[in-house]
Design a protein around this ligand. Structure first.
Ligand code: GLY
Length: 345
C-alpha cells in the first residue's frame, strides 16, 4: 500500500512540458502504478541483481538484469538491452522502469533516451546517492574506456520515486557515499531558495530538501549552460582523486574532501571567512566523512588532473562558495590551489 501522504514529500521539477514529480518517503515504490505515463502498455524493468528490491508496475512487465557495479554503464550493455527489448517487442507505447542506484538510473535513462528515438522512463531510486543526485535532473549516460559519462543525453524521467525504506538495507559504505552528496547541499542554494538549515531536518526531510534544491537548479538551467554547474560543488578535487584511482574512496567520500578543499580555496581568495571553512569541516565530519586528502596523492598529479576537468575550459576552474552563494570561478591561481592542498593534508 502507498504510504500516507503525510509521510511522503512530493517535489516538482518544473520543466514545462517535461515537468515531473519526485516522491520521497518510506515505501513510495508502491506508487509506481500511479505515476506511469497514461496509456503505457508494458514495462521494461531494468535493475541489478544486487539491488534487492522489486517493483510491481501493475502492467505486463519484463525484468532485464544488468551486471552489478559500474561495469554495467557501457555501450555494450546499451546495445544488449536495446536488442533484448526489441526482441521482446517493446515500443514507444511502453515504459522503462529503472530500479536501483545511479548506475542503473544513468544506464536505463540512456536506453530510454535512444531506444526507438526515445521512450518514457520512471526511476525508482534505491540508494541515497541516486535519491539526492543521479536520478534527478535527466543526465543519463554510460562510460567509455577513456572516461566516465563520456556518452549520454539529457532525457528527463516521467517521475522519480525515492523510496527511503531501501536505505535501511544499504551497505554502510554506500550510505556514506550518498552522505557526501547530501553534505554538498548544506552549502547550495538556488537563486530563489532561502538558506536551509539541513542540520535541523531528519533524513527523509533532508533528502526532500536536497531534491528541492536540485529541482530548482535544473529547472533554471536544464542543460548546464551555466548555473547547473554549481551542482558540481566539491567535485573538481573529487574527480581528480577518482581519476588518479590509487585510493579506495567512494564518490561521495571524495566529494566530502573536495568540499573542504573548495572552502580552503575560497578562503584564500577572500570569498569566505574561516568560520565558513569550519562549517564545511563540521558538516563533513558530522556525516562521519573524511576531510583530509589521502597521502598517496601528490600535489603535482592533482594539479595536472584539475586541468583535465570537464569544466576547465578557461584555466583552472572551480565551483566556490562566497557570501552571495556558490558559483563558478575560472582562472584560480596555481599557488592558491597548492596552499589549499596543504590545508587538507
Ligand atoms: N550531478 C550533477 C548534475 O546533475 O548536474
Amino acid at each position: 500500500m502507498p504510504p500516507p501522504a503525510s509521510q511522503a514529500h512530493v517535489v516538482s521539477v518544473a520543466l514545462s512540458d517535461r515537468a515531473y514529480d519526485v516522491h520521497v518517503g518510506p515505501g513510495v515504490r508502491a506508487r509506481l502504478g500511479s505515476v506511469l505515463p497514461a496509456g503505457a502498455r508494458r514495462a521494461a524493468v531494468i535493475t541489478q541483481a544486487g539491488v534487492g528490491w522489486t517493483v510491481d508496475s501493475g502492467l505486463d512487465q519484463s525484468v532485464f538484469t544488468v551486471a552489478d557495479g559500474e561495469e554495467a554503464k557501457s555501450l555494450a550493455e546499451v546495445e544488449r538491452l536495446c536488442g533484448a527489448m526489441s526482441q521482446a517487442g517493446f515500443t514507444r507505447s511502453d515504459v522503462i522502469v529503472a530500479v536501483g542506484g545511479g548506475v542503473v538510473t544513468d544506464l536505463a535513462g540512456f536506453v530510454a533516451a535512444v531506444y526507438h528515438r526515445g521512450i518514457p522512463y520512471v526511476s525508482v531510486a534505491t540508494t541515497l546517492l541516486a535519491q539526492v543526485d543521479a536520478a534527478i535532473g535527466g543526465k543519463t549516460g554510460v562510460n567509455l574506456p577513456e572516461g566516465k559519462n563520456l556518452v549520454g543525453a539529457f532525457w528527463q524521467p516521467h517521475a522519480v520515486l525515492c523510496d527511503t525504506e531501501t536505505l535501511a538495507t544499504l551497505p554502510a559504505r554506500e550510505l556514506r557515499s550518498g552522505q557526501g552528496e547530501l553534505a554538498k547541499y548544506h552549502f547550495l542554494t538556488g537563486d530563489n531558495l532561502d538558506a536551509l538549515d539541513l542540520d535541523a531536518l531528519d533524513l527523509d526531510e533532508r533528502i526532500a530538501a536536497a531534491v528541492r534544491i536540485k529541482a530548482e537548479v535544473v529547472a533554471a538551467d536544464e542543460r548546464e549552460g551555466g548555473r547547473r554547474a554549481i551542482l558540481n560543488y566539491g567535485h573538481t578535487l573529487a574527480h581528480a582523486i577518482e581519476t588518479a584511482g590509487r585510493y579506495d574512496l567512494r564518490h561521495g567520500e571524495a566529494v566530502a574532501v573536495g568540499l573542504v578543499y573548495a572552502a580552503e580555496v575560497a578562503l584564500r581568495l577572500g570569498r569566505i571567512d574561516s568560520e565558513r571553512v569550519a562549517a564545511h569541516r563540521r558538516v563533513v565530519s558530522g556525516y562521519g566523512l573524511p576531510d583530509r586528502l589521502p597521502a598517496v596523492l601528490d600535489d603535482d598529479e592533482l594539479l595536472a588532473l584539475f586541468g583535465r576537468d570537464k569544466k576547465a575550459v578557461d584555466g583552472l576552474t572551480f565551483v566556490l562558495d562566497s557570501d552571495r552563494g556558490v558559483d563558478v570561478v575560472v582562472g584560480v591561481p596555481e599557488p592558491v590551489l597548492r596552499e589549499a592542498l596543504a590545508a587538507v593534508r
